[in-house]
Design a protein around this ligand. Sequence first.
Ligand code: NG6
Ligand code: CA
Length: 513
Amino acid sequence: MRNPSPFLIVFPVGAALFSACNSTAKSSKEAQTNQKPNVVYLISDDLGIGDLSCYGATKISTPNLDRLAGQGLQFTNAYATSSTSTPSRFGLLTGMYPWRQENTGIAPGNSELIIDTACVTMADMFQAEGYATAAIGKWHLGLGPKGGTNFNGLIKPNTQDIGFGYEYIIPATVDRVPCVFVENGRVDGLDPNDPITVSYEHKVGDWPTGEENPELVKLKPSQGHNNTIINGIPRIGWMTGGKSALWVDEDIADVITNKAKDFIIDHKDQPFFLYMGTQDIHVPRIPHPRFAGKSGLGTRGDVILQLDWTVGEIMHTLDSLGIADNTIFVFCSDNGPVIDDGYQDQARELLNGHTPMKHYRGGKYSAYEAGTRIPFIVRWPAAIQPGKQQALFSMIDVYASLAGLLGHKLPEGVAPDSRDCLETFLGKDTIGCGYVVQQNLNNTLSIIQGDWKYIEPSDKPAIEFWTKMELGNDPEAQLYNIAQDPSEKTNVAEEHQDIVKKLSSLLTEIKER
Ligand code: NG6
Ligand code: CA
């Protein structure tokens, strides 16, 4: 049974504290008084818990995110469901563990839409509550029907078939073709006389590839990434056509930030849900010239500054419209950090003592802590007391918690794995969500409860082939006391067989639900 929400009827608004600086701000503010809160959910890509100054980074400064954290609730024990992007985002938007469904691994750029249109997503829930909804930026959950996306003409189904009224998206990742934006089911700027062909199996067309023409690339691959060269960068997958629609890598942050701002401005007088995925800080890390060289940590650091700028722009937009108080602003990452993820961008050489993983073991792809332990910040000036939240929390629980906030009853079977942890989400309690389940690249599951973390036995490789990341796979069960041993140095499964038994049974029970 879901807990009844204390916010069912009246939404608190900090009206008295607000001083509007222009007439637009005043009228929007009035329109928003006593209205359901807006929700901005900004999910960054591959950002580590050690990458932000509010989480202790000293070699880089992220003032806007620090301000967001200072005005909101900063989680120190929050997790993504998965250590890669596609499953992590799938879990967030559906409230179902991605490992319950096949085809939720890292999606190619021409994957079908992997969320069933019959699924009631978090965006559907907001729409049913009268919200204007949008998906802007990195998507990576596929588009179109089974058999591969046709990027010419209207792509159906798209995000508008799963609850988003407006979409302006990067279909997959910035290192995957096609390198174009899709707006409401159509490739933005496509010339119909120059149709797009995409393949993840073989070369299409005659555009140069990294493999055949390495002399043409401006950013060399370190792993994979040697197919079609777009803007001097060799990508994963082959494409041809759509020349007029190709994005400019340096401008992506500006483009999606402007689209997000426009959506907020257009919907300032009604409740809205904006789901925004930044391409930062995924590879290829291509900062706009105004950020290039500014971090002193190479391009990986520069795109952290670019991400911080994006967050600042969204915050300023909310402030200037006078709607920041009534807006729940969630910021997080989709999975843990990685230093070299496929391009020779000198990320490792230029770290200069910076620690994206902090003291946690593993990173992106891994079952160890740095794989899924993420920065997670929730700001809602009208109802959240600023502070730190140390309770255990998982992104899987965002959906039911927000439904609980709105008093929206989720029918049986909808968001089946999402729990209403609203009180923890808002910092009203420190109880947390009891346990969290995480998934690594190979679908090896782990579960954390209290001080203990159990990783199920797995015959999959111990090390990820390309990045050499420790995956956390081991044929033996692993148990760590993450309160005493947060770096997971000592497997104590032998000494605590009772705890292994308890956690493995709980995990089995969750799997069989
Ligand atoms: C891997 C890519 C990596 C990245 C990842 C997906 C290679 C060698 N590596 O297969 O660069 O694209 O997929 O990242 O191709 S994610 O954050 O979107 O899950
Ligand atoms: Ca990612």
